[in-house]
Design a protein around this ligand. Structure first.
Ligand code: SF4
Length: 383
């Protein structure tokens, strides 16, 4: 289905500089995934809500790419931040070097809240499209930049507004009294159709708030939905979506890692499939994970079943522990691998952060349906 080639790509909705892929395993993997996405986006130009790609991505000769010094890039970003009156927000899943220069780092909930406290006129959101959209929705008067407009989310993509509206209409026509609860990983167009927005941190509390006589339609993550059914004892209608990163963890990978580290503690994100959650010692979203490892003083080894960049904030917050990504060890070499990297988050690079500050684009534009999404987002996450 996909071509795997080593190439260099330019584009991404306005970024003017080429994206360089080096020779490391992770760079090569990112390059391969980017090619998959290139074909995906070029074949379906209107994939992201409110985003029409006017020009297809181009594949260019890698010899034209100039490698830039990360430290020089960081200095340049600092200067541009001043010049452009900007604040940088970074999700825990973007590269550690971006987290290091960010003013705020956190999970989706924390960053949505942080965005409302920003005093500068510009927000650079180093994360994925739905997160930057939320920042714009909550701060309509600010300019919100996303370093790469093609940083989408497979989970958000799995639930489109039209099919959701159709399902809601059919359920209501059949006499079902439904409340739609959406995980924050959804587009603003989908959020505008929902009654509640949840994150992995507050999902349980909100699901428990819904009156018993109502049926819950939970979108888009079936794994998180199933986990919530288990912890709340509440049956729900589950949308069949999932995250491409958390879907790839196999029980076998985890068992192999556990065998290599018999004393280790398994911590997993609730977006992981049920068979992974069943063998985990602790289940929680990224912020909950961070707080959990910080609460343990004695040095431990944690096997981390979520996006691999999460190791950076965990190690920074609790340096006494060792953190091993799952799947984390290549049997052949014993080296860690990056196959649990989110290709969308990996689209964020220092170079693109610099470029979006320099050129003032790509920018999230206000859409009509943001007003409805704002109402539900504010009610769910900020009160
Ligand atoms: S890790 Fe999964 S849920 Fe998170 S942004 Fe990437 S694709 Fe979306």
């Amino acid at each position: 289905m996909f071509r795997f080639v080593e190439q260099t790509i330019v584009g991404g909705g306005g970024g003017s500089s080429p994206l360089k892929f080096g020779n490391s395993t992770s760079s090569l993997l990112t390059a391969r995934i980017a090619i998959e996405q290139l074909e995906y986006f070029n074949s379906a130009p209107l994939r992201l809500q409110g985003l029409a790609m006017s020009t297809p991505l181009q594949v260019v000769d890698p010899s034209h790419v100039i490698e830039e010094d990360p430290l020089a890039l960081m200095d340049e970003i600092e200067e541009l931040k001043e010049r452009e009156d900007a604040t940088i927000l970074a999700h825990y899943y973007v590269d550690g070097e971006i987290q290091d220069i960010a003013d705020f780092c956190g999970d989706s909930l924390q960053l949505a809240r942080d965005a409302t406290t920003v005093e500068t006129g510009t927000i650079v959101f180093s994360g994925v499209h739905f997160m930057a959209e939320s920042a714009k929705i909550l701060n309509p008067e600010k300019r919100v930049l996303l370093p790469d407009m093609l940083a989408g989310c497979s989970l958000a993509e799995s639930c489109q507004p039209k099919p959701l509206a159709k399902m809601q209409a059919e359920l209501r026509a059949a006499g079902r009294d439904i409340v739609t609860v959406a995980y924050i990983n959804t587009s603003a167009a989908v959020k505008s159709l929902c009654d509640w927005i949840v994150t992995s941190g507050n999902a349980r509390e909100i699901v428990e708030k819904v009156p018993d006589e109502k049926e819950i339609l939970f979108v888009p993550d079936q794994h998180l939905g199933r986990y919530l059914e288990e912890v709340t004892g509440r049956k729900m209608i589950l949308w069949p979506g999932s995250c491409m990163v958390h879907e790839i963890f196999s029980l076998q990978d985890l068992q192999r890692a556990k065998k290599r580290n018999p004393e280790s503690i398994v911590i997993a994100h609730p977006e992981c499939p049920q068979n992974i959650l069943e063998v985990s010692d602790f289940i929680g979203g990224t912020e909950k994970m961070r707080r959990h490892v910080m609460s343990i003083e004695e040095p431990k080894t944690f096997l981390v079943a979520t996006e691999a960049a999460m190791i950076h904030p965990l190690a920074k917050s609790a340096p006494q522990h060792e953190f091993v990504p799952v799947p984390g060890i290549m049997a052949s070499t014993g080296e860690t691998c990056a196959c649990n990297r989110c290709p969308h988050m990996a689209r964020n690079t220092l170079q693109k952060v610099r470029d979006c500050l320099k050129h003032g684009q790509p920018e999230i534009a206000w859409q009509d349906y943001f007003a409805d999404a704002k109402e539900v987002l504010t009610r769910s996450l900020l009160r």
